[in-house]
Design a protein around this ligand. Structure first.
Ligand SMILES: C[S@@+](CC[C@H](N)C(=O)[O-])C[C@H]1O[C@@H](n2cnc3c(N)ncnc32)[C@H](O)[C@@H]1O
Length: 170
């Protein structure tokens, strides 16, 4: 019985991880240095609603909460979700943090002031439509690694040997 439970848990971890890779991107965390670049680029302020779409272990969400934001993370890969969900309990700003086991494609983002994502470019066309339909005027979007084709970049932060970060204002 225990073997079966362990098998099911391992299966779910791999299956949800693979599904997330197919839906948006596999789990590759943003480096601590790049989290700081994000905070600076987005200029996250107290009380703003910040989403990390595919939040992994929650590091971007927690960093935004430290800046006073109402920080929300969405994740469908089981392993990083559990990690982020438990980590939240150890954060002093936990009342302002929400980690949800929910697909980014099934979440309404109309209350967002700031959106961050680090996803594969294959997810961009669908994401563009979603953001164009749902985001309020003035919402800021920061993407890591690949710019969004067809959108005008407000600020590009790219140096030799680093992943690019791109800020857009809706
Ligand atoms: C490249 S990782 C980035 C993780 C985190 N944002 C960070 O910067 O450290 C992309 C994350 O998106 C998650 N993901 C992919 N598709 C998703 C979906 N449809 N809904 C929620 N999360 C998704 C993956 O599981 C993965 O953790």
């Amino acid at each position: 019985m225990l073997n079966l439970i362990v098998f099911i848990i391992i299966f779910l971890i791999f299956a949800t991880g693979a599904y997330a890779g197919f839906e948006g991107a596999p789990w590759v965390p943003t480096s601590r240095k790049n989290v700081k670049r994000f905070l600076k680029l987005a200029n996250v302020r107290k009380g703003e609603v910040v989403y990390d779409l595919g939040c992994g272990d929650g590091r971007v969400v927690f960093a935004a909460a430290e800046k006073g934001a109402v920080a929300r993370g969405l994740e469908i890969s089981l392993f990083p979700f559990i990690f982020a969900w438990f980590s939240r309990f150890f954060k002093k700003d936990k009342e302002r943090i929400k980690i949800s086991y929910k697909s980014i494609w099934k979440t309404d983002l109309s209350d967002a002031d700031v959106i961050y994502f680090f996803l594969l470019p294959v997810a961009y066309p669908r994401m563009k439509k979603k953001l164009e339909n749902e985001l309020k005027k003035g919402a800021r979007i920061v993407v890591c690694a690949w710019p969004i084709e067809g959108w005008e970049t407000a600020v590009t932060d790219k140096k030799e040997g680093e992943l690019g970060m791109y800020l857009y204002v809706n």
